[in-house]
Ligand binder design. Structure first.
Ligand SMILES: NC(=O)c1ccc[n+]([C@@H]2O[C@H](COP(=O)([O-])OP(=O)(O)OC[C@H]3O[C@@H](n4cnc5c(N)ncnc54)[C@H](OP(=O)(O)O)[C@@H]3O)[C@@H](O)[C@H]2O)c1
Length: 367
C-alpha cells in the first residue's frame, strides 16, 4: 500500500509520508521490518546522510539512507554538493570543549547529521520563501552545526545562507567558508594598514591559509610558518618570508619586530610572542590558551601597557562570506585544499581533521 502510494506520488504528500518514516527513526525497523522500510524509502528519492545520535569519536558516525524532507514555511531544501570537514565540525562531533554542548545540544547533538558549511543548489522552497528560488546556487555556514554532511538539508531562509559568488564551483565555495570566516574575524578586530608587518603562525591550516591571503590583500608584509612540505605552497599563496617550524622556533626570531602576531593554530602564548611585538603591537590566537589565558588577557589588555591581546570571537558569517565572495569573484582568493573525500569516508575524513594535519581545507563530496 505504502509502496504503491509512493510510486504514484512525487509531490508534497509523498514527501510528508517520507518525512513520517524519517521521524520514526530507530523505531521504524521495529514497527515495520527493516526490509519493508528500505523498500518504501527506496521508492522515494532518498538521501545519504552522515548520521550520529550521540557525541563521540568519528566511529559514532554512520551513513544512513533517509527520506528526503519537505521544506516547511520559511525553509529551503538544499541539494548539498560540497562541504568541508573542519575543526568546528570536530568540536561539535566530540562535544568538546563542553561549551559546544550548550550550543549544539546538552545531552546529544541537535542535528543527527554532522556538518557546518555547504555549497549547493536550492531544490525546493517552503511557503513564504522570498530570498531564494529553486535552482539558486547557495552557500552557508553555522558554527552551531547545520547537518550539511547530507545530500539534502533544510535551512531557514533567514539563516547564514547566501547566493554563491558568480563563476565559482561548489568545491571552491565550500572551501572558502569556515577557515575564511575565522580569518576574517581576526582582521576585523584590528585596523590593518598597508606596509604593516605580521607574523602568521600556522599558515597551512584552514584559518592560516585564508588569513595569509587576507593580510596580503590589505598590503601587509607577512612572515608565515609552516612545515617543510608546505613551504612552496605557502610562498605561492603570497607569504613574503616563510619559516619552517620544524627547523626553527619562530618565537626565537632575533632582531625583528612585528605589528601583529597571528597564531592561527593556537600553539604559542602571548608571553612567548611578546618580544616579537612592537609596543603598539597586537597578539591574536585561535585558541583559548592554557587556563583560558587568551580571553583573560584580552580583558586585561586595555589597562596594561605595551602590546595588546585580542580574542577573536567570531560573528556575522554572512559578512565574512560577502567579503571573501567578492575576493573569489575577482580571483583574489584561492582556498587551500587538502583533498576531497566521498561521504562514505566520513569517519576517515574526521580522523584526518582531528589529527591537526590537514593542509587547508578538507572537502567532502556529496554527489
Ligand atoms: N573549537 C572550535 O570550534 C574551533 C573551530 C575552528 C578552529 N579552531 C582552532 O583553530 C585552530 C586552527 O584551525 P584550522 O582549521 O585552521 O586548523 P587545521 O586546518 O587543522 O591546521 C592544520 C595545519 O596546521 C599546521 N600546524 C600544526 N602544528 C603547527 C605548528 N606548531 N606550527 C605551525 N603549523 C602547524 C599543520 O601542518 P603540519 O601537519 O605540516 O604540521 C596543518 O597544515 C585549531 O587549533 C583549532 O582547534 C577551533
Amino acid at each position: 500500500m505504502l509502496v504503491f502510494f509512493t510510486c504514484i506520488n512525487t509531490g508534497p504528500e509523498a514527501e510528508a509520508v517520507c518525512f513520517f518514516f524519517a521521524m520514526l527513526g530507530e523505531a521504524g525497523p521495529r514497527l515495520w521490518g527493516t526490509a519493508q522500510l528500505q523498500a518504501a524509502t527506496a521508492t522515494f528519492v532518498a538521501m545519504k546522510s552522515a548520521y550520529r545520535d550521540r557525541y563521540g569519536p568519528p566511529l559514532v558516525l554512520s551513513i544512513r539512507e533517509l527520506p528526503v524532507p519537505a521544506p516547511k514555511e520559511g525553509e529551503i531544501r538544499i541539494r548539498v554538493r560540497a562541504a568541508t570537514v573542519n575543526r568546528t565540525d570536530c568540536a561539535i562531533l566530540l562535544g568538546k570543549p563542553f561549551v559546544m554542548r550548550l550550543i549544539c545540544g546538552l545531552r546529544r547533538p541537535r542535528h543527527h547529521a554532522s556538518g557546518t558549511d555547504f555549497a549547493g543548489e536550492v531544490e525546493a522552497v517552503g511557503s513564504g520563501v522570498n530570498r531564494f528560488k529553486v535552482g539558486d546556487r547557495v552557500w552557508g555556514f553555522d558554527d552551531a552545526g547545520l547537518g550539511s554532511h547530507s545530500q539534502q538539508m533544510l535551512l531557514r531562509q533567514d539563516k547564514a545562507v547566501a547566493k554563491m559568488p558568480a563563476g565559482i564551483g561548489f568545491e571552491q565555495a565550500a572551501a572558502s567558508i569556515e577557515g575564511a570566516h575565522y580569518a576574517y574575524n581576526f582582521i576585523n578586530k584590528v585596523k590593518l594598514k598597508p606596509g604593516q608587518t605580521a607574523l602568521l603562525n600556522g599558515a597551512s591550516g584552514a584559518i592560516g591559509s585564508a588569513l595569509l591571503q587576507l593580510l596580503k590583500h590589505f598590503g601587509l608584509q607577512v612572515t608565515a610558518t609552516c612545515a617543510t612540505p608546505q613551504l612552496m605552497r605557502i610562498k605561492a599563496l603570497g607569504a613574503d618570508r616563510v619559516i619552517d617550524y620544524l627547523q626553527q622556533d619562530f618565537t626565537q626570531e632575533q632582531g625583528r619586530q612585528f605589528d601583529y602576531v597571528f597564531d592561527a593554530v593556537g600553539k604559542s602564548s602571548f608571553a612567548a610572542c611578546r618580544p616579537l611585538l612592537r609596543p603598539a603591537g597586537v597578539y591574536i590566537s585561535s585558541e583559548l590558551g592554557a587556563y583560558l589565558q587568551n580571553p583573560l588577557l584580552a580583558l586585561l589588555s586595555p589597562i596594561l601597557p605595551g602590546p595588546k591581546v585580542i580574542f577573536p570571537v567570531p560573528f556575522r558569517p554572512l559578512e565574512s562570506m560577502a567579503f571573501v565572495g567578492g575576493l573569489l569573484e575577482r580571483g583574489e582568493f584561492k582556498p587551500l585544499i587538502d583533498r576531497s573525500m566521498p561521504l562514505e569516508q566520513i569517519a576517515a575524513a574526521f580522523d584526518l581533521a582531528l589529527s591537526g594535519q590537514k593542509v587547508g581545507n578538507l572537502l567532502l563530496s556529496l554527489d
